[in-house]
Design a protein around this ligand. Structure first.
Ligand code: 5MM
Length: 343
């Protein structure tokens, strides 16, 4: 069991490859579609994901796994081919988002707690039967004048650990995603504060993972990068973000973890790519670093598709370009010039 979990994790971290996060919940995909004036219909969700998964070059060369929703895991393309078959043809591992979303934490700290543990053991059996090789659970950590509270960090870390051990029991690799979100106000969410909170969160997460008996060699970590909040006056350069992020990870993430796949967290496409590449240029890291981006892989492709199947080729070209650039970043070989030239 341990060996196969580690083998799946290693395959997801294949050099020059990363993970496509296509697990937008109904509410989130509705927001993405609304920005391009599209309704959130079943057919449009299917078409959009079909466009992505049938981007053959991107999926075969640059994407090792895709995080799906429950709907997509069981869905088929317009011609009746299951998405699972399309991903299998591209040698991509299907993954599944298993949390039920982040809900307001009791109290008035403005924090969230992720739900979805009830019945998870049974759901995981079904996801494994459907071929899911890995899963994802996202905890949301808020920074404001009173948050994060110790109570919220512990509750989210505990839920992540309970999720992770249940996944491993079902033969599924858990991706553990504690996200320190970046919409704190300027006074509270400096680069320094981001580093301190990210470190504290990771420390608690690994403490709970160990207590739960999670095999660290059979999981992946999906963290935020160390960044100031979107409204902060701090404007660190690419190298500084990379250095601070790797420093925090080195202090809190055990070397036994087979890989780290970052979320993009609202960065521009180029920022997310540049930061990943700069981190991969830093020597002496115990784990490979890659991407598990949602928005930073999909932004341009979504706008180019615009809800029309005749736009598939152009949207697929846009997606393939972004996936290629992030593949170079996963190898530490990306440059702005190469990005513009290839675009
Ligand atoms: C694709 O978005 C994922 C699902 O979010 P919701 O459940 O809120 O709809 C999200 O978990 C995503 O996997 C990560 O946050 C990374 O996505 P970004 O866009 O930050 O790279």
């Amino acid at each position: 069991m341990t060996k196969s979990l580690n083998a799946i994790a290693q395959k997801l971290m294949s050099p020059g490859q990363g993970i496509l996060a296509a697990d937008e919940s109904e509410g989130t995909i509705a927001k993405r579609f609304a920005k391009i004036n599209l309704p959130n219909s079943l057919d449009l969700r299917r078409d959009y994901r079909e466009m992505l998964f049938r981007s053959t070059e991107a999926m075969t060369k640059y994407i090792s796994g895709v995080i799906l929703t429950e709907e997509t895991l069981e869905q088929s393309a317009a011609d009746g081919t299951t998405f699972r078959a399309i991903l299998a043809d591209a040698d991509c591992i299907p993954g599944i988002k298993v949390d039920r979303g982040a809900f307001p934490m009791p109290g008035d700290s403005g924090e969230k707690i992720t739900e979805g543990l009830d019945g998870l053991r049974q759901r995981l059996v079904r996801y494994a039967e459907l071929g899911a090789g890995f899963a994802k659970w996202r905890a949301v950590i808020t920074i404001n004048d009173v948050a994060p509270t110790r109570n919220n960090i512990r509750a989210n870390a505990h839920a992540l650990a309970r999720y992770a051990i249940l996944c491993q029991e079902a033969g599924i690799v858990p991706i553990v995603e504690p996200e320190v979100v970046g919409d704190g106000d300027p006074g509270n969410h400096s680069l320094e504060r981001s580093a301190q909170v990210t470190g504290e969160v990771l420390e608690n997460v690994f403490k709970e993972l160990r207590l739960a008996g999670v095999d660290l060699s059979g999981m992946l970590l999906k963290p935020n990068m160390v960044l100031p909040g979107v409204n902060s006056r701090d404007r660190p350069g690419v190298e500084e973000v990379a250095r601070r992020t790797v420093d925090v990870l080195k202090q809190h993430v055990p070397a036994a973890v087979p890989g780290i796949a970052f979320l993009s967290g609202g960065q521009t496409d180029e920022e997310a790519t540049a930061h990943l590449s700069a981190m991969n240029q830093i020597a002496y890291k115990p784990w490979p670093l890659t991407f598990s981006y949602g928005r930073a892989l999909q932004n341009v492709a979504l706008r180019t598709w615009a809800g029309r199947r005749e736009n598939f080729p152009a949207a697929q070209a846009a997606f393939t370009h972004r996936a290629h650039m992030n593949s170079l970043a996963a190898l530490g070989e990306w440059s702005n010039e190469a990005d513009r030239a290839a675009a």
